[in-house]
Structure formats: C-alpha cells, structure tokens
Write a new protein. Structure first.
Length: 82
C-alpha cells in the first residue's frame, strides 16, 4: 500500500522511480525507495494510521445506540423450560 502511494506521489520528482513504475517491477521500486533520499522524504511525509486514529477524540454513543450495540441476544427456550 505504502509502496503505491510513494510511487504515485514521488515519481514526478524522481526520474529513476518514474522509469521503474513504467516497468511495473514492485521489488525494484521498493529497493529504490529504500535507497533514494528524495523518495525517502516522500515516504516520511505520510502520517501513520496509528497517529491519525490516536488523535481522534472519544465520542460516547447515544443511549439508543449503546442499547443496540450491547443488547443481549434473545434467550432460546429449551424444551419449554426456559
């Protein structure tokens, strides 16, 4: 996933990456991104999903939603005893 994002974002700034993307060799693209300073800068510019999700404020669900989420499953009657 990150490989494609960096390739799409950085290929306009790096001629070698643009050539590798045209050849569609993912191993070569990954190796290039690891060793190229310009492509590495593009990689570091992405924010990790953990950072994004960790920064969200906690929102308590409404009473109706909470009831729907945590309601018990209906009990089944076994041979008419329960």
């Amino acid at each position: 996933m990150t490989l494609r994002l960096v390739a799409d974002r950085a290929r306009h700034n790096c001629t070698e990456l643009q050539i590798l993307v045209a050849q569609d060799d993912e191993r070569e693209i990954a190796a290039h991104i690891r060793r190229c300073e310009r492509c590495g800068e593009s990689t570091r510019a992405f924010v990790s999903p953990a950072e994004v999700l960790g920064s969200l404020a906690f929102v308590e669900p409404s009473r109706g939603l909470r009831r729907e989420l945590f309601k018990r499953a209906p009990r089944r009657r076994v041979f008419g005893m329960l």
